[in-house]
Write a protein that binds this ligand. Structure first.
Ligand code: EPZ
Length: 423
């Protein structure tokens, strides 16, 4: 089992270039099934989840040319496409559900075996299904009881859909399905994440007519067909936030390049509350943790534009060593404190009660054997490892490989003392 060995490191210094966004590229890759023409996607991060999505699309019958050395993928879903997503791929990546709407439009059918819950929650899809049913999709309820989404639709017709929660995945699935439905769909209480905007921009380039992406009301006018296009994926705001925390927790001075500062407003605001000095330059964001004392602040995760749940564990890493107590409230996922046990193994002494974590702060952490309990928590324990005394051994790092391209190389370039040990 591969692992990371992380030692107490000097303040991170230098510059890091952020990769394309995992959570933008996955729905965009699913959307390529909406045309038989070739699509070229650029700035694609070389991640396990991208590999799995490529394998899924190939398994469904698309021709996929993966050139991740140049961060590029060409996809042409021409001819017959299968409507069944195999369980062995879906269980590796929950985002496989994103092909649900596109398979229905392409083949009139979709069968996706849902994996159970995961570390951060049970991850239901009832909002995705509510939207599709409103568009005229039939869901086999008996199969659903067995955890299989077995859906069929002869024709999709636009309508008004209200999401009980601004689910990112449900918003993406509904946008994709409505783009080729008959008539107009209005999606209310939609997710507003930048990844939704990137998907809508990609679909509009293909010929879709989507307005309002990035707000809570999205209007989609169905069109007859969509064409193959080329598209650059937006930078990964969560990877960027992770490296920004790395600069602050080590009291370093790092230039974070290839980012969209607008996508990071909540993270920038909270880091500034902690005493970080963050300035925009024409090359990117200059993030300094070596100017002021780093103090604690409270955090509550919310759907975008609130503080992102994916930044909750990396930010908590900073709070374990910041001066003073803090409170973190996780409102998006019901079980996203698995990293607390790992931080406590290093001496953080965090207490949790339901969706609330109380971090005493001011700790001098000790290296320990810790586990990456999910993708973001894995990055978070690497961050605490950079400032803990001694060695921190991180296992189950396949989680980290899912969402952080060249994580070790980027950290080492900044002076981090980290190495990857294969079996
Ligand atoms: C996307 O997951 C991201 N994944 C997640 O990033 C991110 O944490 C999440 O959005 C929230 O921002 C991708 O984009 C591939 P949701 P998604 O549907 O779409 C509940 C990472 O680390 N919910 O917005 O699955 C759900 O249980 C990953 O990169 C329902 O109750 O998120 C959760 O509590 C982790 N019913 C909340 O909504 C539904 O039908 C947010 O889920 C759908 C969701």
């Amino acid at each position: 089992m591969a692992k990371f060995l992380v030692q107490k490191s000097a303040p991170l210094r230098g510059e890091v270039k952020i990769s394309g966004s995992k959570n933008a590229v996955l729905p965009i890759m699913a959307a390529t099934l909406l045309t038989e023409e070739e699509c070229t996607i650029k700035d694609v991060p070389a991640l396990r989840d991208v590999d799995v999505m490529c394998e899924l699309l190939e398994n469904l019958g698309a021709t996929v040319n993966k050139d991740l050395k140049n961060n590029r993928v060409n996809i042409a879903a021409e001819g017959d496409i299968s409507y069944e997503a195999p369980f062995d791929l879906v269980k590796m990546m929950r985002a496989s559900i994103l092909v649900l709407g596109t398979l229905l439009l392409r083949t009139g059918r979709a069968v996706i075996h849902l994996p159970g819950g995961c570390a951060i929650g049970k991850r239901p899809v009832e909002l995705h299904l509510k939207g599709l049913k409103a568009l005229g999709v039939e869901i086999n309820e008996d199969q659903l009881l067995r955890g299989i989404v077995d859906a069929k639709a002869d024709e999709l017709k636009g309508c008004t859909i209200y999401l009980d929660f601004p689910s990112v995945g449900a918003t993406e699935v509904i946008i994709m399905a409505a783009s080729l439905a008959k008539g107009i769909t209005v999606l209310e209480n939609a997710a507003q994440e930048p990844e939704i905007v990137d998907l809508a921009n990609f679909l509009n380039k293909m010929g879709a007519r989507i307005k309002g992406a990035g707000t809570d009301t999205i209007k989609i006018e169905g069109v007859e067909r969509l064409k193959g296009v080329s598209h650059h994926v937006i930078p990964d705001r969560i990877e960027a936030g992770t490296f920004m925390v790395g600069a602050v927790i080590t009291r370093g001075n790092v230039l974070v390049k290839n980012i969209v500062p607008d996508h990071l407003k909540a993270v920038i605001a909270k880091l500034r509350e902690c005493g970080a000095e963050i300035s925009m330059t024409d090359e990117g964001l200059r993030v300094r943790g070596d100017v002021n004392t780093i103090v604690s602040t409270d955090v509550k995760t919310l759907p975008y534009p609130g503080f992102p749940t994916d930044m909750q564990s990396p930010f908590m890493a900073l709070l374990t060593v910041a001066k003073g107590p803090s409170v973190v409230i996780e409102t998006v996922f019901e079980n996203r404190f698995m990293h607390v046990g790992e931080f406590n193994r290093m001496g953080a002494n965090i207490k949790t009660d339901g969706s609330c974590a109380i971090i005493p702060g001011d700790k001098s952490l000790q290296g320990a054997q810790v586990v990456a309990t999910d993708l973001r928590a894995g990055a978070a324990v690497v961050l605490t490892g950079l400032v803990a005394e001694g060695t921190t051994e991180v296992t189950q790092i396949y989680h980290i490989d899912r969402g952080y391209e060249n994580f070790v190389d980027k950290l080492r370039t900044l002076g981090a003392n980290i190495m990857r040990m294969e079996d």
